[in-house]
Ligand binder design. Structure first.
Ligand code: SAM
Length: 238
């Protein structure tokens, strides 16, 4: 077996501070932002300059928080409720023989004021993710007409998301003072229903995720169909 070694070309500074609730694919939460900071010796304007004409890029990255998990030939995709096993190579599971991920993300701009920083959105990447390569999205080949995947034929169903007064208030402050579209981000993330699908809806149970420096807490309302209420948003650790 041949072994290769690659350099990390950059690190992702993401709004997602923990794995739980990160969208299962890029593009599902357009308000999810990150900065990809290129590392030396790759932090060169000449290495990215023409990317300014490109709206979307492919990122190849390391699932650095799954690296210690041994791969298995059959995995349980969360999308299938965690009950059904599938061939690892038929899934996008982070636990695979080489824990390398592939995401297409929006390139919102490049900042050269302090090193080289790519502003991204629509990401599905954890804070601290090491990036191995960047490639431009090529619509004339990357959009494949007539492509079929019967294993994941459509986007998952959307769950309605509501906010308490306290949570609405925090979202407003973040929008006005920090220019962060927190409300949109929370809706886009939670409407995918990040709860492990084998868990029954329990209105007593509280769930949480870390976004930016915030602890976002929600519960499920069982009103005939599943609904989510974001009941509290606090500074992380307060
Ligand atoms: N779009 C990529 C792909 O297809 O290779 C990633 C898909 S993977 C199913 C997305 C999940 O990977 C996220 O929901 C998050 O839980 C997890 N994830 C994201 N960044 C990670 C990292 N650096 N280490 C481990 N897991 C990560």
């Amino acid at each position: 077996m041949t072994t290769f070694s690659f350099d990390t070309i950059g690190i992702v500074h993401s709004c997602f501070k923990e794995k739980f609730a990160i969208p299962r694919q890029s593009g599902l939460a357009p308000a999810a932002t990150a900065v990809l900071e290129l590392l030396e010796p790759f932090a060169k304007k000449e290495a990215v300059l023409e990317l300014e004409s490109v709206s979307h890029i492919w990122l190849q990255f390391v699932f650095h928080q799954s690296i210690d998990r041994a791969w298995t030939a059959r995995v349980r995709p969360p999308r299938l409720g965690g009950n059904k096993k599938m061939a690892v190579f038929a899934t996008r599971s982070p636990v695979r023989p080489n824990p390398i991920g592939l995401s297409v993300v929006k390139l919102d701009g490049i900042d050269y004021s302090d090193g080289v920083k790519l502003h991204l959105s629509g990401i599905d990447l954890l804070d601290g993710t090491p990036v191995l390569d960047i490639k431009p999205y090529l619509p004339y080949v990357d959009v494949v007409k007539g492509a079929v995947n019967d294993l994941a034929a459509s986007k998952p169903e959307i769950v309605p998301v509501g906010f308490s007064e306290q949570a609405e208030g925090v979202c407003k402050v973040y929008e006005q003072e920090k220019n962060i579209k927190l409300r949109d981000l929370i809706i886009q993330v939670l409407q995918q229903d990040p709860r492990p699908q084998y868990q029954q809806i329990d209105p007593q149970r509280s769930y949480g995720m870390r976004l930016y420096d915030l602890d976002v807490r929600w519960r499920y309302l069982d009103l005939g169909s599943c609904q989510i209420e974001v009941y509290e948003i606090e500074q992380f650790g307060s």
